[in-house]
Design a protein around this ligand. Structure first.
Ligand SMILES: [Zn+2]
Length: 228
């Protein structure tokens, strides 16, 4: 029996599509190469290369013009949502069923997301009771690709004292996830901004505690919040 040809969409193409989806937000804003390079930790030259490849594929996965940023096509968006659904369901499964520490689920999901079958995905979703959010607080796209509009804001956009609910924590940096977990900073928790430092770090407190926690700029940038 002949071997099935390799999937024309490579794992690294999937990673690009997913990054463009996440960075472009629910309105599908144009994403710059610089933002992509930072997110994917690759050089600008490889970004250009891959975006040209994605734009030239049939069907085209992105609309890309050099120096003008990149946007997903409808085929690209469909694929990206599928991979993102895999990723976030796997993270939830690892966290809730297999008891992985929160800071370890992302890397494992990055590997597994490309390989699970639709059947496996369905079984995970059913086992977890069709969750709407992953353990970082991010929305899991529905099977038909629907995803509610994200109305959260970055902690680093807050300019005054105030009380918020933590919406999500970025899953990209395991070290930051661990630092925040130890301090009780996780989705659904109430967060009070007490002060903003000159270096763009934040002084916050959690729940009804009066203890001041100092967050660096990088820690703060990983946190998204909703007004109370
Ligand atoms: Zn993740």
């Amino acid at each position: 029996m002949a071997r099935r040809p390799a999937n024309p969409i490579s794992e690294s193409m999937d990673d690009y599509l997913k990054a463009i989806l996440v960075l472009g937000g629910s309105e599908g804003k144009k994403v710059t190469s610089t933002a992509l390079a930072r997110r994917l930790n690759v050089t600008p030259a490889s970004i250009t290369n891959m975006l040209q490849k994605l734009a030239a594929s049939t069907p085209a996965m992105v609309q890309y013009e050099r120096h003008h940023g990149v946007q997903l096509s409808s085929a690209g968006k469909k694929r990206a949502l599928e991979v993102l659904r895999h990723h976030r369901l796997i993270e939830t499964f690892l966290y809730e069923v297999l008891n992985y520490p929160i800071e370890e689920v992302h890397d494992e999901a990055e590997r597994l997301e490309h390989f699970i079958s639709e059947r496996f995905e369905e079984r995970i979703a059913a086992k977890l009771g069709h969750p709407k959010f992953d353990p970082h607080g991010h929305c899991i796209p529905a099977l038909d690709g629907r995803m509610p509009k994200d109305s959260s804001m970055r902690l680093t956009d807050v300019r005054d004292e105030g009380t918020f609910i933590i919406d999500s924590i970025s899953d990209i940096d395991a070290r930051i996830l661990k630092v925040l977990k130890v301090r009780g900073i996780s989705p659904g928790v109430q967060l009070r901004v007490r002060d903003i430092y000159e270096d763009h770090g934040y002084a916050v407190s959690i729940g009804s505690s009066k203890k001041i926690l100092q967050l660096s700029q990088a820690d703060s940038a990983a946190i998204k919040i909703q007004p109370m």
